[in-house]
Design a protein around this ligand. Structure first.
Ligand code: HEC
Length: 112
């Protein structure tokens, strides 16, 4: 990979090829928080979902719905998403890039 990028740079003699080097398409064009939530979170975190039902065991039901919470510190959301939390699976950077993660965490906090 590295060799072919170097070769490409050598052949074209320009830095134009650089943005593609080792960067996935989603880093260049991150999915919106709405899109990520709808496709990766909603099936567990909407009303009645597994995540919502699990959270409702240790907090009021209204707060168990993430979209209605409004007090989720972004740093906490990022921590939970990268490491998982008990029965919640972790998301690695190929599933959710750092940019998408930060945007999503900020969006969740800003909702209320
Ligand atoms: C497969 C189901 C599932 C998916 C998908 C999922 N979660 Fe979860 N999530 C859970 C469960 C279950 C919990 C509760 C874990 C526990 O406390 O045992 C949880 C907990 C959380 C918490 C912690 C809330 C708190 O008050 O402690 C956050 C934040 C969270 N999820 C965010 C997300 C986001 C954002 C996504 C999408 C990127 C997501 N989750 C995707 C199942 C899921």
């Amino acid at each position: 990979m590295k060799r072919s990028v170097t070769l490409a740079l050598w052949i074209t003699g320009s830095a134009v090829a650089l943005p593609a080097a080792g960067t996935s398409a989603s880093d260049i064009d991150p999915r919106s928080p709405e899109q990520v939530f709808a496709t990766r979170c909603a099936y567990c975190h909407e009303a009645g979902g597994w995540g919502t039902r699990t959270l409702a065991r240790r907090m009021p039901e209204s707060e168990a719905i993430l979209l209605e919470r409004g007090n989720l510190p972004p740093a906490y959301t990022e921590y939970v998403l990268r490491r998982g939390l008990r029965s919640m699976p972790a998301f690695n950077p190929s599933e959710l890039t750092d940019t998408e993660l930060q945007n999503l965490a900020q969006w969740l906090e800003d909702r209320n």
